[in-house]
Ligand binder design. Structure first.
Ligand code: KMH
Ligand code: ZN
Length: 274
């Protein structure tokens, strides 16, 4: 099996600082988190930004500061969110791509999101995909529901994205596909040939699906964006969640990828060549 790529989503767009003291809000805190998760075994950091008061922002200058803080602290692959937070316009969500991060997400369809709707119509997806291509960014396709894979194939047939690609199954969002081992297996079976995949289980299923992905040869996303707890009632830090996946991988005999190995696996050029 390929070495295990561990992605960390340390902050997201939904969790608020009053829910946990471990949320990295400022660029400096994102830099400190990057250092800690890299030491623990992560190779990709999935970036959302917040204002100092914890509210969401997709301001380009804030992303620039976050990028610089992360890069100063680590050699992690830096992946920007283009999902942002509910209520952001597609133009806002795409704006930080101008900073040309190595990777960025592309959510492949609309979905109920709690009581809200996370809107990703075909025109929205085409627009964000065009910016991703224009800036030479490697996409990660966010799949919240099985039908999103069909949408990805349609986007590829139009030339908006290229397949194979790296795919993230986000399972367990209220309103989308539930987090279960059976659903993960269904998703993996439906993958277009040649794609690599990772899984982000929401809530307590983060651990279960991570363990299953390690065994199946997939990759893993952990972090406070998707899950606040280490165990029932005990808040987690981002680096603890990484360390636990590393221990599981070690027990199962699966090596953990460095950022450089992850770049090779995902077809991203090395930092020294960038
Ligand atoms: N915050 C969600 C509405 C992404 O980062 O690309 C969308 C999200 C997906 O988190
Ligand atoms: Zn995200």
């Amino acid at each position: 099996m390929d070495p295990l790529i561990i992605t960390v989503a340390p902050v997201g767009g939904e969790v608020m600082p009053d829910q946990t003291p471990y949320l990295p809000v400022t660029p400096a805190q994102l830099g400190a988190t990057a250092r800690a998760i890299r030491a623990a075994g992560a190779s990709i950091v999935h970036v959302h930004c917040r204002n100092d008061d914890g509210s969401n922002t997709h301001d380009v200058e804030r992303f620039r500061q976050a990028y610089e803080a992360i890069r100063e602290a680590s050699d992690l692959i830096i992946q920007f969110s283009t999902g942002g937070a509910i209520g952001m316009t597609p133009a806002e969500r795409a704006a930080p791509l101008a900073l040309r991060p190595e990777m960025a997400t592309l959510t492949c369809g609309s979905v109920n999101f709690g009581d809200d709707i996370f809107e990703n119509s075909f025109p929205i997806m085409r627009g964000i995909a065009a910016k991703i291509a224009e800036h030479g960014v490697t996409p990660e396709l966010e799949i919240f529901d099985l039908g999103h894979l069909s949408n990805a194939k349609r986007l590829a047939s139009e030339g908006a994205i290229r397949l194979p690609a790296h795919v993230d199954f986000v399972l367990g969002v209220p309103g989308a596909l539930e987090a279960s081992v059976e659903h993960l297996v269904d998703c993996v079976r439906a993958l277009p040939p040649g794609c690599t995949w990772t899984v982000a289980g929401i809530g307590r299923m983060q651990l279960t699906l991570a363990a299953v992905a390690v065994a199946m040869g997939g990759h893993v996303r952990v972090g406070l964006e998707d899950n606040l707890y280490y165990s029932k009632g005990r808040l987690a830090t981002n680096e603890e969640l990484v360390a636990r996946v590393v221990r599981i991988a070690e027990e199962l005999g699966r090596p953990v990828a460095t950022p450089s190995q992850a770049r090779d696996l995902l077809g991203i050029r090395s930092l020294s060549a960038a």
